[in-house]
Design a protein around this ligand. Structure first.
Ligand code: HEC
Ligand code: HEC
Length: 523
């Protein structure tokens, strides 16, 4: 029976100093290898080079462990991470990337062992003369959400040049954004600072402060510790900057709810600017890459949409708001789009040549409301199972809006529905309001929007400057729209229950469809 220590010595080729309390002694790289081969190699590659069979579909790519360059560290820029840093990445995953959290899937020992094993891919970790030490961090100053703190933070956001990459309002749309690449040459997005739940290293002000101190090695995101050393700003002011960045995201990560409630109002706001929208609840729906139909798309640029709806008994207004770094088509992003389509492999042997594709959004309904749980296939229906859609595109010209019937991804027949849309793009964000009569003459093809009913609805988005067009898009599953009636709430209990039951089904459908990779399973 080979002891863990002997195994470590055999593989790493050195004996760690015999400190009985050291966690290294509890790590077993032989067992770690078994865990690695089973759970990690598919993405990170057998040799740890970040080139597993799944890797080419991903952006960002899985880490190449042979270089020992890590994003999320407590150590200074350019230094190796501590074991605790690596363990945190393994335990919690890297949100906003394909790297899963393993704390619920692997035992404590398995996670420690695989940690020890991934270090064996690089000789840097074997060099015991290197002391891996975390930076010293001060603790967070109080009143971090107050006006004074946020004002100071904003001041440094401007003066240090965060906006160059992250943009004036922080949506990752700065002037340098279309030029960014990681150290391996892959295109990289400047983080959208309004979506802290997608930050790799954690969402809190303290996490952000640490990222500002350490940088994200291997990416254009630098460390700002030296600015403190140079007395350009104080440690306290860097904390204020972190608190300002924190304040750009909601207090809590958005919870995904199933039903969009559209209250009844006196008159619907047709403009995206109308102040009436501020009083209407906003619902977040996450989008994922379309990976069922070829060509698949694994790198959705739009991670979700915020949706609001109101009606006045005659007309529905639906506002969709989403972050998008570029107002496509935009020729300054064309080389970026080309790099994205070349980096994210799909089923086409040759990547398409990037064009000035527009941004697009689609809202989907069934053509008819049914009393049961029947809904068309969520991925734009099928030949015998069509869906009714509203489609907006940012080009040509001032944009266009169409209503029509989709019979699968490739077939869309326009209808003459009186559908209006008003749109605005500011600082990395689209706001788009559709308005349509609740009842229309074409009851065969156009959904009739009745109050008190559970109206299935789904969303699709394309960012043209990220190479998205056709089936390369981001998709949601079915959710529900409910037009509220000015009646007592008890009346709604049963439709809401019905929606909850069907929702579970929707998720199952997506998973099943992805597994099978076949069409027409949406019932
Ligand atoms: C589904 C693909 C996938 C699997 C499976 C996977 N990873 Fe990852 N991993 C990634 C991606 C993608 C990244 C890079 C994310 C980024 O750069 O933002 C990553 C990054 C990492 C990092 C780097 C953290 C840092 O701070 O830079 C570590 C450590 C890691 N993975 C460990 C593991 C271990 C251990 C396993 C197996 C238990 C594993 N991964 C399985 C996709 C995967
Ligand atoms: C040269 C371009 C550039 C500059 C300047 C820059 N960033 Fe970044 N930043 C990036 C990129 C690229 C990423 C995404 C890295 C990734 O995806 O791994 C990022 C990521 C981040 C993140 C997310 C960290 C995480 O855990 O995922 C935060 C927060 C952030 N930046 C804040 C700032 C602030 C505040 C400043 C100014 C002090 C700043 N950045 C300056 C390019 C930049």
């Amino acid at each position: 029976m080979i002891s863990p220590l002997a195994a470590l010595v055999a593989i790493v080729g050195f004996a760690p100093a015999p400190r009985p309390s050291s966690p290294v002694l509890l790590q077993d790289t032989t067992r770690g290898k078994a865990v690695y081969v089973k759970w990690c190699a598919g993405c990170h590659g057998e040799t740890g080079a970040g080139d597993g069979p799944g890797a080419t579909a991903m952006l960002p790519r899985p880490r190449n462990f042979t270089g020992a360059v890590y994003k999320i560290r407590s150590t200074a820029s350019g230094q190796l991470p501590t074991d605790a840093d690596l363990l945190r990445a393994i335990d919690e995953g890297l949100p906003g990337s394909a790297m899963p959290a393993w704390n619920t899937r692997l035992s404590d020992a398995e996670r420690r062992n695989v940690l020890a094993y991934i270090k064996t891919f690089s000789s840097f970790f074997a060099d015991t003369s290197q002391h891996i030490v975390a930076l010293k961090y001060s603790s967070e100053p109080g009143s971090g959400t107050g006006d004074a703190a946020l004002k100071t933070g904003r001041q440094f956001y401007d003066s240090i040049g965060c906006r160059k990459c992250h943009g004036d309002q922080g949506r990752g749309d700065g002037p340098s954004a279309p030029t960014l690449k990681d150290d391996a040459g892959f295109p990289i997005y400047a983080a959208d600072l309004h979506q802290n739940w997608r930050f790799r290293g954690g969402a809190s002000a303290a996490d952000i402060y640490r990222r500002l101190r350490t940088g994200l090695d291997g990416t254009p995101m630098p460390s700002f510790s030296d600015l403190i050393d140079q007395k350009f700003l104080t440690d306290d002011q860097l904390w204020r900057l972190a608190q300002y960045v924190r304040s750009l995201s909601p207090a809590e990560a958005p919870e995904v709810r199933d039903v969009i409630h559209a209250p009844q109002v006196a008159a619907v706001p047709a403009s995206p600017f109308d102040s009436a929208w501020a009083r209407v609840s906003s619902y977040w729906f996450p989008l994922v890459g379309q990976v069922i139909r070829k060509p698949r798309w694994f790198a959705p640029a739009v991670s979700g949409v915020w949706v609001q709806a109101v009606h006045d008994g005659k007309t529905l207004a639906l506002r969709v708001t989403w972050d998008d770094r570029s107002k496509s088509p935009d020729s300054t992003w064309l080389p970026f789009a080309q790099r994205v389509v070349e980096s994210v492999a799909d089923d086409d042997s040759t990547p398409p040549k990037a064009e000035l594709w527009p941004d697009q959004l689609a809202v989907q309904f069934p053509r008819h409301l049914s009393d049961g749980m029947e809904r068309p296939y969520f991925l734009m229906g099928g030949p015998t199972d069509p869906v009714y859609q509203w489609r907006w595109a940012s080009a040509p010209g001032a944009g266009r809006v169409l209503a029509g019937v989709a019979r699968g991804i490739d077939r869309f027949d326009t209808l003459t529905t009186a559908l209006a849309a008003q749109v605005t793009y500011d600082d990395g964000q689209w706001r788009l309001v559709f308005t349509r009569a609740l009842a229309t003459p074409d009851t065969a093809d156009e959904v009739q929007l009745e109050a008190g009913r559970a109206i299935p609805v789904a969303f699709f988005a394309w960012d043209g400057s990220s190479g998205e067009h056709g089936s390369r898009m981001a998709v949601s599953t079915w959710y529900f729209l409910a037009l509220d009636r000015p009646t007592p709430p008890s009346v709604f209990i049963s439709p809401v229950l019905a929606m909850l039951v069907t929702l579970g089904l929707g998720l199952v459908v997506i998973r099943r469809a992805q597994r099978r990779g076949t069409a027409r399973v949406g019932r």
